[in-house]
Design a protein around this ligand. Structure first.
Ligand SMILES: C[S@@+](CC[C@H](N)C(=O)[O-])C[C@H]1O[C@@H](n2cnc3c(N)ncnc32)[C@H](O)[C@@H]1O
Length: 227
């Protein structure tokens, strides 16, 4: 397990506390729609932290080619129709570039600044000239509007129970997922980033925000700082 990360519930748990069975059940949201509107049709997408392919599969259905990266082999075993690569994002060095690099699921908020730096460098190193990096960052009230809960129409409840400071600007966040027949929890480290801090982190990696894709500035289209 990564330090400060933990998960409970049935089935395999990844080093960052995610449950494979849980992610196999979670429905896809608006991610494919946001992504498809921001990139060229039929683009080759390098998806970092793909999990079981919740978003991957919807992207494949829309005609994209996807290379899915995750550090959990158990997650990747469930990905269908995409090339899979089992690696940590921060150590990724494929020696090839892609039209689009996708870093979703708030992974850019990793509590460890060095890990975040290496992740963003991996994004910059794997994006083709003229391509883009799509990043999903946390909403503004993610750490302050707690506890909060959402009942999904498909029949489960997701709850962000707490976001407690653990030093150095990092929070320990606890999430709970309740289904009628099973329950999972995930505890993970997250570093809140203001818009300026986020843009500085990108700049360090040689990236710049080209535009925010959604009104809440959660989805970002970044490009190489030299383009
Ligand atoms: C919250 S899940 C989201 C999965 C998928 N993006 C989705 O939206 O369904 C995070 C995934 O990223 C993977 N992950 C987290 N940190 C990682 C890292 N540093 N390198 C590689 N994979 C990572 C985990 O193993 C897990 O499968």
């Amino acid at each position: 397990m990564r330090d400060g990360y933990q998960g409970t519930g049935p089935g395999a748990i990844t080093p960052d506390g995610c449950a494979v069975e849980l992610y196999s059940r979670l429905p896809v949201g608006n991610e494919p729609e946001v992504i498809a509107a921001a990139v060229p049709a039929a683009a080759h997408i390098l998806e970092l932290g793909s999990g079981v392919g919740r978003v991957t599969h919807a992207l494949l259905e829309r005609g994209f080619t996807v290379t899915a990266v995750d550090e959990s082999a158990e997650m990747l075993e469930r990905v269908r129709g995409a090339r899979t690569i089992c690696s940590s994002i921060e150590d990724l060095a494929l020696g090839e570039t892609f039209d689009v690099v996708l870093l979703a699921s708030f992974l850019v908020h990793n509590g460890d600044i060095e890990v975040r730096r290496r992740m963003l460098r991996a994004c910059a190193q794997h994006v083709a000239k003229g391509g883009c990096v799509l990043i999903q960052r946390e909403g503004q009230d993610y750490h302050t509007n707690v506890p909060r809960e959402r009942v999904d129409p498909s029949g489960f409840t997701v709850r962000i129970v707490s976001a407690e400071p653990v030093g150095d600007g990092v929070h320990s966040v606890r999430a709970e997922y309740d289904f009628p027949d099973a329950a999972w929890t995930q505890t993970f480290r997250s570093r809140p980033l203001s818009r300026d801090q986020f843009e500085e982190a990108l700049a360090e990696a040689g990236l710049r925000v080209e535009r925010y894709l959604t009104e809440d500035r959660v989805w970002v289209r970044a490009v190489s700082a030299t383009e």
